[in-house]
Design a protein around this ligand. Structure first.
Ligand code: GTP
Length: 601
């Protein structure tokens, strides 16, 4: 295809502002999907994406569209839509999708206005010099206030309110006009069709039948079927088995030229061999310089994953191996816990990432798993000046600690102005420092905070939502480290540490953590033949204590003499329960108790 007839764009939007629905309408309007084949959220392939209504993996789809060219005559354009996920955890995926485009549709729900993450992605797009096409969606909604939000957006990006398109993904209103605007406003790709081949990998996905499917944007030169290609970062050489475009299903083509977006298959089995951000070149005439890469995704949140049934450990290991094929950001290594047995310490981009992995393990691999409280990465300096990297409370050094560094984030919160006080209170209670505040309009405020990552990985988002009746939105990016007054709290059962409950917390929160856990365990652990203390401790100092009182009567005495079958049943039940008992010190604890204690909140 002539690069002058290509337009590469993505859609940036907040979750639920209607990106997938709008994409569906575009697929229909351009005839890529026939009406009888249409199903909702066509591009969200994974079941879990469809059910949770969120987009996890980027997708690229080509849509033909006849539109007036510079001379006014209709020309056949090829629009490549590169999908981007909307959640903060996946902002690195947004980054790489944007890098493959010349334009971005800024899609905003006309009833809600722009949200913090959208704003963050918008800034990313502006930084990348992309043409921005502002669009208000859901104008069919009675609650839509397109005029008010148009003013807000116009002020943000410096256009006139009249330049903002109004569409409905539901009815399809305004969609052809939007497609025309994309042709008009997004620049054609520039690149050197005759130069050494350089293509940027913006996604790679593992497919059970085909191996790794790599999505690329060709910048210079061209890629041809059956040629040998080289990955510039590793100089690994692969045979190009198939190359093509997605429209809406993958279909092989005679190659991809400069400016084109499509997929390639080389037969590699692991997404790490086809790394996002890498440059693909031709092995016969390799390019000298790689394209500007992306930052590699780095795990920020860690937690232990354990099978509820210990014999599932090998299944869990295989399952993680499989997920990893498709998810370069997931890390894991074996871990053993006294309370929970054999499992893995996993690293995630954030909490949503953690939840998605957990849900996929349960759903796709039929695993019953329990995860320990999430933790961030601390750097701890001990008395001997050694610096320890701690991602797991059990690795927290004993003895005197000189310094603890914790990761902090720069957070942007968008809220209606009436909630400013509430949000400030919340951030303050989470050790936040305010950096500034901007009024986007009379009624909407953008607040900037530096917050410890550990304080937002738990329930910050939920707390923010519930205190602002769902109106505030949050975005954050990593912003280095700070010294913090942190301690490790251990939970002891009959004097023995229960590793799964150790936590690194701020000094001021240590007492309430200890109290909460000891109370909870006291309720969940059945009485024993003897009295069992449940304690919380910092080092050797006990900060909270509860006592599980001893059993007074034989349980069987409750069953009146005659009913022998009932007694037998009870005994059998106890025996079954025994299998799942974990002995901590001399205390028998049903694993369910640990699971319940970890699962509460
Ligand atoms: P993510 O994939 O999580 O980023 O969400 P999304 O932005 O793709 O949103 P999605 O398309 O799934 O739409 C969210 C909800 O809004 C769905 O319930 C849609 O039916 C609804 N919706 C989308 N567009 C419109 C619209 O134009 N009008 C109305 N009334 N509802 C819409």
């Amino acid at each position: 295809t002539d690069p002058a007839l290509i337009r590469n764009f993505s859609i940036i939007a907040h979750i639920d502002h209607g990106k997938s629905t709008l994409a569906d309408r575009m697929l229909q309007a351009t005839g890529v999907v026939a009406p009888r084949d249409m199903r909702a959220q066509y591009l969200d392939r994974m079941d879990i994406e469809r059910e949770r209504g969120i987009t996890i993996k980027s997708q690229a789809v080509r849509m033909p569209w006849g539109a007036p060219g510079p001379d006014g005559a209709i020309r056949p354009y090829a629009l490549n839509m590169i999908d981007t996920p909307g959640h903060v955890d996946f902002s690195y995926e947004v980054n790489r999708s944007l890098a493959a485009c010349e334009g971005a549709v800024l899609l905003v729900d006309a009833a809600q206005g722009i949200q913090a993450q959208t704003l963050a992605n918008l800034y990313m797009a502006i930084e990348g010099d992309l043409a921005i096409i502002p669009v208000l969606n859901k104008i069919d909604l009675p609650a839509a206030e397109p005029e008010r939000h148009a003013d807000e957006i116009a002020a943000l990006i410096g256009c006139g309110p009249a330049d903002i398109l109004k569409v409905s993904g539901k009815t399809g209103a305004g969609v052809p006009e939007l497609l025309d605007r994309i042709v008009e406003a997004v620049p054609a790709p520039v690149g050197d069709p005759a130069g050494p081949t350089r293509a940027m990998i913006f996604d790679s996905v593992y497919d059970t039948y085909r191996g790794v499917v790599t999505y690329v944007r060709v910048v210079d030169g061209a890629l041809k079927p059956r040629e040998r290609i080289e990955m510039l970062s590793t100089t690994a050489v692969h045979d190009l088995l198939e190359i093509g475009v997605i429209s809406p299903e993958p279909s092989p083509t005679g190659g991809l030229g400069a400016g084109e977006v499509g997929y390639l298959i080389t037969g590699v089995k692991d997404v790490r061999q086809s790394k996002v951000g890498d440059t693909v070149t031709s092995a016969a005439a390799p390019a000298a310089e790689p394209l500007a890469g992306y930052q590699e995704p780095k795990p920020m949140v860690f937690s232990g994953l354990f099978p509820v049934d210990g014999s599932d450990f090998p299944v869990l290991r295989d399952a993680l191996d499989k997920l990893k094929l498709n998810d370069a950001a997931l890390t894991y290594e074996p871990e053993t816990s006294v309370a929970l047995g054999f499992g893995f310490r996993c690293g995630y981009l954030g909490l949503l990432h953690l939840e998605i992995i957990r849900e996929r393990l349960e759903r796709e691999f039929n695993l019953d798993i329990i995860s320990t409280a999430p933790s961030v990465v601390y750097r701890v300096t001990t008395e001997d000046r050694a610096v320890h990297t701690v991602t797991n409370p059990s690795e927290y050094p004993e003895g005197k600690i000189l310094d603890v560094q914790e990761p902090v984030v720069r957070a942007t919160i968008l809220t209606p102005s009436e909630f400013v006080g509430t949000v400030m209170e919340l951030c303050q209670s989470r050790r936040g420092t305010m950096q500034g505040m901007d009024y986007l309009s009379e009624t909407r405020v953008e607040m900037h905070y530096v917050l410890p990552l550990a304080e937002i990985v738990f329930d910050f988002f939920d707390a923010l939502k519930s205190r602002t009746r769902g109106y505030a939105s949050l975005d954050y990016e990593m912003d280095g480290e700070q010294s913090a007054d942190l301690v490790k709290v251990d939970i002891l059962l009959n004097g023995e540490k229960v590793d799964a409950f150790s936590a690194i917390v701020h000094k001021d929160a240590a007492y309430s953590y200890g109290l909460k856990l000891t109370k909870r365990l006291k309720e969940l652990i059945p009485r024993q033949q003897f009295e069992v203390p449940v304690q919380a401790a910092i080092g050797s100092r006990i900060i909270a204590r509860e006592t599980i009182r001893a059993l007074r009567k034989d349980m069987l005495a409750k069953c009146y003499g005659g009913d022998i079958s009932r007694k037998r049943k009870l005994l059998e039940k106890q025996k079954e329960g025994k299998k799942r008992m974990k002995a901590i010190g001399s205390v028998d604890v049903p694993q369910e108790a640990f699971i319940a204690a970890l699962g509460a909140d």
